[in-house]
Design a protein around this ligand. Sequence first.
Ligand code: PMP
Length: 335
Amino acid sequence: MTIHASIVETIGNTPLVRLNHVAEDVRATIAVKIEYLNPGGSSKDRIAERIIDAAERSGQLKPGGVIVEPTSGNTGVGLALVAQQRGYRTIFTLPDKVSESKRAVLRAYGAEVVVTPTDAGPDDPRSYYQVAERLANTIPGAFRPNQYDNPNGPASHYATTGPEIWEAADHKVTHFVAGIGTGGTISGTGRYLKDVSDGAVKVIGADPEGSIYSAPSMDAVHQYDIEGVGEDFYPKAFDRTITDDIIKIDDHDAFLMTRRLAGEEGLLVGGSSGMAVAAAVRYARERDLDENQLVVVLMPDSGRSYLEKIFNDDWMRDHGYGDIVEATRRPSLAA
Ligand code: PMP
């Protein structure tokens, strides 16, 4: 029988797929790990399951407990999905800039969504961080996963993502490339791959231009459009010793690659996936990686969450990416 006991059991074991078109001039093989095939649609399902498991074991989550977290995106979906199946309620605080469709996804899984003003800074009591803290401190049985500090985030990738890549690639992976948000993915997966290869696997971070991880100084830290990656502080989930290199990619190159992956590889993925692939291709070209190298790139989520942005031509033109719309357009056959 291969009937899973619940959807939670289907988290992980995502496929590796070779890229065939967007890196034609690269001799090394580039393979992507397709995390949008997790049941909640992203790699964050993995951390949600492990964080909840650990909180149950430590007694931080008890029957009737409530999970409270400031998150607008993938982590919320993962937590909502696992929590629902285990009988916990979830409350997510998020700034009002988060799209209605993202709020609808969380509510569909049964989560309660508390919307806060986007212009309230992290120290403002109305900010989504502060509101989450207050709710967690006042609601009986509340548990705050705190994905930026929680060691179970990287641990989930050490236990699952790393071994999956190592086995699927028949122990031949030479490079691992991933974006850095909390840093959990690259730290856990990277550490596993280094441990199992006696340090031979190189771990390459991909980072949006403007984020702290690739900025030469704090003066160079600024806003950018790619979502889910980059930070303006160093989270505990990021092991700063894990990366051999960090490649800086700007919004433009990330979004161009994101559109090409959908149009040429059949991979409808988010901007952080496009960024990671752009970094892998640039690295492979600059280092002249040859046929003996196998570069694995992690793609965190699906392009369906970005239909109103990266895949919307009007939004792209309004935000200065009109040339990408032109470059990825196919001539009409119907005209
Ligand atoms: N891409 C997307 C779309 C994400 O939501 C995240 C998580 N913030 C990441 C990449 C980065 O993953 P991590 O937090 O494990 O560094």
